[in-house]
Design a protein around this ligand. Structure first.
Ligand code: ZN
Length: 356
């Protein structure tokens, strides 16, 4: 495919989303507080009491990709309850009061953090046992200085872009932290947790390498993402892509008609080969923009809704990432064969409960 114009545009500004790419992260708060946040989150993952011998470890996890990562490491040795139903807006999700009963029996609660799941954390604060662990995988993985505030997550809103798991090197850290928590809380199954984690992390490393190989097949000036949902900021930073815009306003409403009109102009000017909608957030606006600009409109990306149904081979974190990356690479004129060759099967039986 012939390279197109690579004029950089400022869609965030055009949409009045008060955004600019803040790749170096937050400048708010004291430097000391920022430095302490990650170590505090890490330390929180080290709290909680080792379960009694002969007892099964009971785990809860928020979004489905995290549930899948946990399930790949825990295997048959723990009971795992997902909390956020797939296909719902995890950014505004509020758990039903009935989730309190699940939390009361939870030994370990894994959340993403970076302020994604505050209502769930509030419910957990009232219902988790004092022996339980509340581990924020994202907050524990990424220093505050590396947070990204951008289009749908402007710094004025105070909430950083929380989508760390769509970036394999950060997902690898999630897996390492999960492994360490499970080994500590349930030492009777430490060997199984370690060996499952070894295999799973090796698959994440292959995903990472395949993404590097696939990126190399996309013309440099087409390594650009214009998305609806703003879920690939850390991914883009890792692989040298540019997120030129995200259309979803920070309040998760639809863009206004005026914003859409301006966006159509901008899409025409930039010459992006494709624009990417979200399966989780269907947007008629995006379809309209694709039609009016004659740009390929791909509406199937997903950030926390796993492909297929529970039990399907692709219903996994690795399946999710493979699907998204193949979609992006092929839509932008690249060769996704390295990604298609990946083994995305679960390391062990995924017996987690995924609410639908
Ligand atoms: Zn999201």
């Amino acid at each position: 495919m012939a390279p197109r114009s690579s004029n950089v545009i400022w869609i965030g500004i055009a949409l009045s989303l008060t955004a600019c790419s803040a790749d170096t992260g937050s400048t708010t708060g004291s430097a000391t507080a920022a430095k302490n946040a990650q170590s505090t989150a890490r330390a929180a993952c080290d709290t909680g009491t080792t379960i009694a011998a002969g007892k099964r470890l009971r785990i809860s996890a928020t979004v489905a990709p995290i549930t899948s990562i946990v399930a790949n490491i825990a295997g048959e040795h723990a009971d795992i309850a997902g909390l956020v139903p797939e296909g719902t807006n995890s950014h505004t999700f509020e758990p039903a009061p009935s989730v309190a009963a699940i939390l009361a029996k939870t030994d370990v609660l894994f959340v993403n953090g970076l302020l994604l799941e505050e209502p769930t954390k509030d419910l957990a604060a009232k219902n988790l046992s004092s022996n339980a662990t509340l581990c924020e995988l994202g907050t524990a993985s990424l220093p505050v200085a590396d947070y990204i505030y951008d289009f749908s997550f402007p710094i004025e809103g105070g909430k950083p872009n929380p989508h760390l798991w769509t970036n394999p090197p950060l997902a690898r850290q999630y897996a390492e932290i999960v492994r360490d928590v499970l080994v500590r809380m349930d030492p009777a199954h430490a060997d199984a947790y370690r060996s499952n984690a070894d295999v799973f992390i090796a698959r994440i490393n292959k995903l990472d390498a395949a993404m590097v190989a696939a990126t190399a097949t996309v013309p440099v000036n087409q390594r650009k993402l214009l998305t609806y949902h703003d879920a690939y900021a850390y991914f883009a930073r890792t692989y040298g892509w540019t997120v030129i815009g995200a259309m979803q306003p920070s309040n998760f409403d639809e863009p206004t008609a005026k914003e859409v009109a301006r966006l159509i102009t901008q899409v025409r000017q930039t010459g992006v080969p494709a624009i990417f909608g979200s399966e989780v957030f269907p947007s008629p606006v995006l379809e309209q923009i694709g039609a009016e600009t004659n740009v390929k409109y791909v509406d199937v990306l997903r950030d926390d809704d796993l492909p297929g149904k529970p039990g399907d081979p692709s219903h996994s974190f690795l399946g999710l990432m493979q699907f998204d990356y193949i979609t992006m690479i092929e839509s932008l004129g690249g060769d996704a064969s390295a990604l298609k060759a990946l083994d995305i099967s679960d390391v062990t039986v995924d017996a987690a409960m995924y609410p639908q």
